[in-house]
Design a binder for this molecule. Structure first.
Ligand code: F3S
Length: 410
């Protein structure tokens, strides 16, 4: 790789041991992927943040970089914490686990991270602009900023994300390059021209992630004007069921004003039809059981917006959650505070709904509760829950989730 004079100095250790180590790692990664150089990034986003998935090895990495004097040189945000940051005891978080999660937080504070604890930094003032290069990890966020905002990031990996924040650079390969961003597979919506219901967006995403694999899809015929929350939910599911980091939604993706623009010089290598039957079959695949007693209804993956929380309030309409079922909503601290100011939290407390802050069902120790069946409106959660929460899973619309919370069954 060709490095600038400044980068060579960083690699020699002229800017400290943490930067030296980070540069050594980035150069190795760049060489592995055939990058010719490093490029500056506007921001970094880190998943090496939740103790549940980084374990002691990840904690050691954070603490090592902090002990070596590492300081982030571009705005660097954190993915959700491995526990509710406000109220971890109420969610049965083991004390030894909490102590390690707190050490992760201390290391990042020392390095100057933005303590965002969310998978949606782009919804809280950190949205990259069209064409801007960033180095982010969280798969749902990367799929969103590439596909909806037209920013440029690969799905970076844990540890590499910290190195990007510490150096402000990433190897130039993959989706940073024009030629790798054009579509390769045509996806045609064939559902009679109707607009998808909100709950169908994560189902479509789940199907796209599984079907496209490493290809870049060009989706034509998506009717209507999906809300940001619907795109958020769809792309999170797509990036969970497959390695997807960019899909062109013609008419939405800035690089896909037309099908021709999305494909650029490429010819489609294959085409895929999305029919009503395909969506129905995918929805069935997203459930491991039917007609079950529901122990936990967990929504907010990705973190719920205030609009989604208001929707739950309307759907509940003052009814209480079943005494045999837990109903948890995951969101950011900022949205929680807004819900409190709007009186929604007080109302939820009386009905048995709990708000969990700055974490989620997949990256906190939910298994300590011994739940058998979890219900969710999230495609990403339905994909990972059997592995991460050790439960059966039922996917349903938000309305169906609320009904299951009230009745305790689906
Ligand atoms: Fe976010 Fe956790 Fe889902 S990090 S996308 S809420 S798995």
């Amino acid at each position: 790789m060709i490095l600038t004079h400044e980068e060579e100095a960083m690699l020699r250790g002229d800017q400290g041991e943490a930067v030296k180590l980070a540069m050594e790692i980035l150069v190795k990664v760049g060489e592995k992927f055939g990058a010719k150089r490093l490029i500056p990034v506007a921001s970094a986003h880190i998943v090496l943040a939740m103790y549940k998935s980084i374990f002691d090895a990840g904690l050691e990495v954070c603490e090592k970089f902090a002990a070596l004097g590492g300081k982030f040189r571009v705005p660097t945000t954190l993915d959700p914490s491995g526990m509710d940051t406000q109220n971890w005891q109420a969610f049965k978080t083991p004390a030894t686990y909490a102590e390690k999660q707190q050490r992760v937080a201390q290391a990042y504070e020392k390095m100057g991270a933005i303590m965002s604890w969310t998978c949606l930094p782009h919804f809280m003032g950190m949205a990259p602009r069209f064409g801007e290069h960033v180095g982010w990890t969280e798969s749902s966020a990367v799929a969103f900023i590439n596909s909806v905002l037209g920013a440029r990031s690969n799905r970076e990996t844990a540890v590499v994300d910290v190195c990007i924040g510490l150096t402000g650079r990433t190897p130039e390969y993959g989706l940073h390059l024009d030629e790798n961003r054009y579509g390769t597979v045509l996806v045609e919506m064939e559902i009679g021209g109707r607009t998808l219901a909100s709950w169908e967006y994560p189902v479509l995403g789940y199907f796209l992630g599984k079907t496209l694999g490493g290809d870049i899809g060009v989706v034509v015929g998506l009717a209507g004007s999906p809300a940001m929350d619907e795109l958020k939910s769809m792309l999170a599911a797509a990036a969970a069921s497959g390695p997807l980091a960019l899909v062109h939604l013609v008419g939405i993706t800035p690089e896909a004003r037309s099908k021709e623009q999305a494909f650029g010089p490429n010819q489609p290598t294959r085409s895929v039809s999305v029919t009503g039957e395909v969506l129905k079959a995918t929805q069935n695949e997203m459930c491991t059981v039917k007609n079950a007693k529901i122990d936990l209804v967990a929504v907010g993956c990705p973190h719920y917006s205030i609009v989604e929380i208001q929707k739950v309030k309307e759907l509940l309409a003052g009814r209480k959650v079943s005494p045999n079922t837990e109903f948890w909503i995951y969101t950011t601290k900022q949205i929680r505070d807004l819900a409190e100011r709007m009186g929604i939290l007080a109302e939820f407390a009386g009905l048995g709904v709990k708000i969990a802050t700055e974490t989620c069902m997949l990256i906190s120790p939910v298994e300590t509760w011994g739940f058998k069946t979890l219900m969710t409106d999230s495609g990403k959660c339905s994909y990972y829950a059997p592995m991460q929460c050790k439960t059966d899973v039922v996917f349903g619309s938000t309305a169906e989730c609320v009904e299951a919370a009230v009745s305790g069954r689906v």
